[in-house]
Design a protein around this ligand. Sequence first.
Ligand code: ADP
Ligand code: MG
Length: 332
Amino acid sequence: MIVNPLARIRSIKVKLSVVIVAAVATTLAVNEIGLALNFRAGFRAGVAAVIALGMVQLMARGMTSPLRSMERAATQMAAGDLTVRVAASSNDEVGRLAAAFNHMADELAAVDTQRRDLVANVSHELRTPISALRATLENVVDGVVPAEPTLLRTMLAQTERLQRLVGQLLDLSRLESGGSPLHRLRFPAADLLERVADEAALHSPDLEFEVAIEPADLAVDGDPERLHQVLGNLVENAARFAPDDTTVELTAAERDGLVVFEVLDRGPGIPPEALTRVFERFYRTDEARSTDEGGSGLGLAIARWIVELHGGRIRAEAREPAGCRMVVELPA
Ligand SMILES: Nc1ncnc2c1ncn2[C@@H]1O[C@H](COP(=O)(O)OP(=O)(O)O)[C@@H](O)[C@H]1O
Ligand SMILES: [Mg+2]
């Protein structure tokens, strides 16, 4: 393939100028030669036009072909095929547009995969308790087992689990679509942590919950209900994994212009490869899957959305010798 002399130019306008100047020069040259050889004006014009057109064809080659392939690709994508990409080789605006187009196609494909995964996960998470409920109900209806209070209680627990899951899904979808604005206030960090610790102590009488705030009158700028939801989930997780008679610590401190909350436990901790993944929807470590307790792995995904809506960040860290440290940083 002949290398296009214009391939390196980064601007369509410059390329067109070069092509026009070259075409004019060719026309002039052909005309001069024709004059010297005493050709007629019509013949001179004809030959000049043919040569100039051929040269434009040669030089402008590849300038617009990415546009045509983008048009084809866009049509295919609209029809649902997100695997198409366009060949982008030039350095000019069209080439960069083609590269941006490919980037957009990658993003769309990723979102599409996520959506499919989400639907699959949701269906799976809903099906499990529904199947269990149905099997039990069938046995009761068929008279195989009597409708005893213990049985009804497990069925109630399954129903509650379903309700919690649906509630969390709705919450997540509202947060993601921006349909649930924050009601920001300035309030004492102590109120928040004490409330979360008291509630957790009710549910986990075998654990100690310790609150430490530095400075004691530290104020937080945020939506109290939403932040309660975040810390409540972190403490609930910590309490689920912490061994009996250990302490779960809740701390708040001011650091480098940030309000930093931490929830620390002495449980098994999160394996290093899962430290970022636990914030994905439905992600649970093997440790968590092996127990029947806990939710569906949406809690930390919701927590991350809420923290990010506040302009903050959340992360999980390992503790020595064992345990988990959850860190939430909010702008002060
Ligand atoms: N304190 C913790 N110690 C160990 N693992 C944790 C802790 N907190 C969260 N995890 C892991 O992160 C997963 C996701 O947490 P979360 O989104 O709250 O879901 P869920 O509580 O419904 O399991 C948990 O299933 C667990 O595997
Ligand atoms: Mg949780």
